[in-house]
Design a protein around this ligand. Structure first.
Ligand code: PDD
Length: 285
């Protein structure tokens, strides 16, 4: 089954797809993106991802060339063409092609790129055993609520985490936890979930919104407040949330085990609720 690409109105195989080297996404990282996942061929929370794409584009003044209905139709077509039940849809919107100059080109003709690839099945062992994480300084810019293509600081931190034998870096700015390189972060203390509040310092994760709502519906207290770095070391449980990781327990932080069992009871309850939600919205797990 093929990996599919879509570039400015045309579907092709991934290998055939090309864009200009003068695209501002390539030259400046001047663009925004989304990652959507399908279960049984059905995109999960597509509408929420499209709203965030629009809001990221608005924040950096890139005109969105497609309506929500058009995005949705193209995404469904791409998923269908790839024929993957578990498909990772990557959407990239850039300020378009223009001779390299910092100022916005006028008129701007945004580039739309999408790729459709298979996601490997859920790794049950990781979900059961959890993953190691490390804390690292958050060196990103001041508008991390925008899902910008500029991921250099995330890339460097993720690599540093991997070099230290960890799967994710939990980023810390001015003594406070922000998020992971590609996930949001929650800790559990005395049965309550604590997670940093939405701000310019972190992405308003689609998974975060779903998980926090489900937790509250299941009677778990959720406290959205600043999390000083040292609080991580006192956590009973720690977990990552995001489109790719779903709900993933952290087993050790900076080499020190987290809590006394992985997954902890709250992490497990939240993960179960999340998977029931996926099942009820897409018919699949
Ligand atoms: N990243 N925080 C950051 C910095 C992220 O990059 C992501 C997702 C999240 C979780 O957001 P969501 O629940 O909407 O996926 C939080 C995607 C998956 C990526 O860059 O691959």
């Amino acid at each position: 089954m093929p990996n599919i690409a879509y570039v400015n109105g045309r579907f092709s195989s991934l290998e055939e797809a090309t864009i200009s080297i003068e695209d501002r996404g390539f030259q400046f990282g001047d663009g925004v993106y989304e990652v959507v996942r399908t279960y049984g061929g059905i995109p999960f929370r597509l509408y929420d991802h499209l709203l965030r794409l629009e809001s990221s584009a608005r924040a950096v003044s890139i005109p969105v060339p497609l309506s929500r209905t058009e995005w949705e139709a193209l995404i469904r077509e791409g998923v269908q063409r790839s024929d993957y039940a578990a498909c990772m849809v990557y959407i990239q919107l850039t300020r378009g092609v223009a001779p390299r100059a910092h100022l916005f080109p006028s008129p701007a003709k945004p580039t739309v790129v999408m790729t459709f690839r298979e996601i490997p099945g859920p790794d049950g062992a990781l979900q059961r055993q959890g993953v190691p994480a490390v804390t690292l300084s958050d060196l990103r810019w001041g508008r991390c609520s925008i899902k910008s293509l500029n991921l250099l600081a995330n890339v460097l931190a993720k690599q540093a985490a991997a070099d230290a034998g960890a799967m994710e870096a939990i980023l810390v700015k001015d003594g406070l936890v922000t998020e992971g390189c590609s996930s949001n972060v929650c800790l559990v203390r005395d049965g309550n979930i604590i997670t940093p509040p939405l701000s310019d310092q972190l992405l308003a994760g689609v998974t975060r919104a779903v998980v926090l709502e489900l937790a509250r519906k299941n009677g778990i207290v959720v406290d959205e407040r600043d999390v000083p770095e040292e609080e991580l070391t006192r956590a009973d449980e720690l977990f990552l949330i995001g489109t790719t990781v779903e709900v993933l327990p952290v087993s050790a932080l900076n080499g020190v085990p987290v809590g006394d069992r992985v997954p902890g009871t709250v992490t497990q309850a939240v993960s179960d609720a999340f998977h029931r939600c996926i099942l009820s919205e897409t018919g699949q797990r």
